[in-house]
Design a binder for this molecule. Structure first.
Ligand SMILES: C[S@@+](CC[C@H](N)C(=O)[O-])C[C@H]1O[C@@H](n2cnc3c(N)ncnc32)[C@H](O)[C@@H]1O
Length: 407
């Protein structure tokens, strides 16, 4: 069993796990953690490096009765690790408040009583250490961050097997051409969205962002191993910037990206889809166009209605065209929702458009996950204090037999 420590938008994190590990059984899930069985360590390690929604993964080693029992189990584990060099270790806790520093000191004392002085406690405070300390102390190599996890009536001891590398996300973000007056998708959210399209495979082998802006989705997809990525945007300046960032990314990482970034109006997408694009195996992953930027002070219901009309024209054209070309790949896309003085207003007009052209909204959370999507079957992402949030959908064209009834 594995414990996934979830990101701030925990429903999106759960959806990402569900999408990447279709066989997984969710034994337990809270806003902070998910206890998952029926996944292998190899699978978890291979996919974790590209999971934007999971902060850390703990491999459960044994069930324990309580904290003293956890300390005994930890001592036993530490005594069998390689101690050629001094071993750093840390204590972390989930589901029940524990003082990690005090617990760590007691474990260290136990270890001393068996005349072993080769351990060094990393914790300096009661709270869990962060990823920077984890990295600096090389705990990934020693596999000695020891976790106490309480889930309902059961408690477990486990070791951390992976921790999100926050510096790597920040570095990729800073390398891109920025400051072009558009909001950028956070790289972690881009990864989550790419993962919501499913596991990369022969049947799912390319990514297309028809509102690519500065290219966040394209770069994250390339980083995740997609060697075919397409991007387009109405603005030629964006196309130039995205192309430049892609070129620099490919050069820096010494990879070949078989892709194309071009100028196109997404509302007339049928005319510009490149011939080389396989419309069965390409996933559309896009932040979409969220409308004009509005601040908390300038937002009004009238302005929101005006944005909705503008967006309706774009998306009606886009879904009509995707239906025309028979686009069969998965579509992961955001539409905006606005905070109008404490009340959220959604872009409801998108729902009849999706339906009219024969697309269906797919479930993002499995039945054994004790949280639900919105009544639209979407999931929400909003940074604290932001006026515009993103409503994320998974869409697919209905199977041919059902599609005949539409239009
Ligand atoms: C929110 S930005 C996307 C930002 C991008 N996800 C990133 O991280 O850089 C929306 C983009 O949609 C583009 N856009 C607006 N209307 C469009 C249309 N009809 N067709 C294609 N692109 C459009 C804008 O030029 C803008 O670059």
């Amino acid at each position: 069993m594995f414990v996934f420590i979830l990101g701030r938008e925990f429903r999106l994190s759960l959806a990402e796990i569900y999408s990447l590990f279709p066989t997984a059984v969710f034994e337990f899930a809270s806003e902070q953690i998910a206890l998952v069985s029926w996944v292998s360590e190899t699978e978890v390690c291979a996919r974790f490096a590209h999971m934007g929604g999971v902060i850390k993964v703990v491999k459960i080693l044994e069930e324990v009765k309580d904290i003293p029992d956890f300390m005994t189990a930890t001592k036993k584990y530490l005594e069998q690790v390689d101690r050629t060099n001094k071993v750093p270790f840390a204590v972390a806790g989930y589901g029940e408040k524990i003082d990690n520093f005090a617990t760590g000191l007691r474990i260290k004392k136990f270890l001393k009583s068996c005349e072993d002085k080769s351990f060094r406690l990393v914790n300096k405070e009661p709270k869990n250490i962060n990823s920077a300390v984890y990295k600096k102390e090389h705990l990934a190599e020693s596999r000695t961050e020891m976790n106490y996890v309480k889930v309902g009536k059961n408690s477990y001891m486990g070791i951390t097997i992976a921790y999100q590398d926050v510096d790597a996300y920040a570095a990729r973000d800073m390398d891109k051409t920025r400051d072009m007056g558009v909001g950028m998708l956070p790289p972690k959210l881009a990864q989550i969205m790419i993962n919501l399209a499913g596991v990369q495979s022969i049947e799912r082998s390319a990514v297309y962002d028809p509102f690519c802006g500065l290219g966040t989705v394209l770069i994250e997809a390339a980083h995740m191993g997609y060697d075919t990525v397409y991007g387009s945007d109405l603005s030629s300046a964006m196309v130039t910037a995205a192309n430049k960032s892609m070129g620099e990314f490919a050069h820096k990482n010494e990879i070949d990206i078989d892709g194309l970034v071009f100028e196109a109006d997404a509302s007339k997408i049928a005319a510009t889809i490149p011939e080389s694009m396989d419309t069965k195996t390409t996933s559309i992953v896009s932040e979409g166009y969220l409308g004009d930027v509005m601040g908390t002070k300038t937002v009004t219901p009238d302005k929101i209605a005006e944005q909705c009309r503008k967006l309706t024209r774009i998306y009606d054209g886009m879904f009509r065209d995707l239906r025309t070309v028979g686009f069969r790949g998965t579509i992961i896309i955001c539409f905006p929702f606005w905070d109008n003085r404490g009340k959220d207003i959604f872009f409801e007009d998108i729902l009849p458009i999706i339906e009219r052209y024969g697309f269906e909204r797919k479930e993002l959370l499995g039945p054994d996950i004790p949280f639900r999507t919105t009544t639209h079957k979407s999931l929400l992402y909003r940074r604290p204090g932001q006026t515009v949030g993103r409503e994320i959908y998974k869409l697919e064209l209905l199977p041919k037999e059902k599609l005949g009834l539409k239009l």
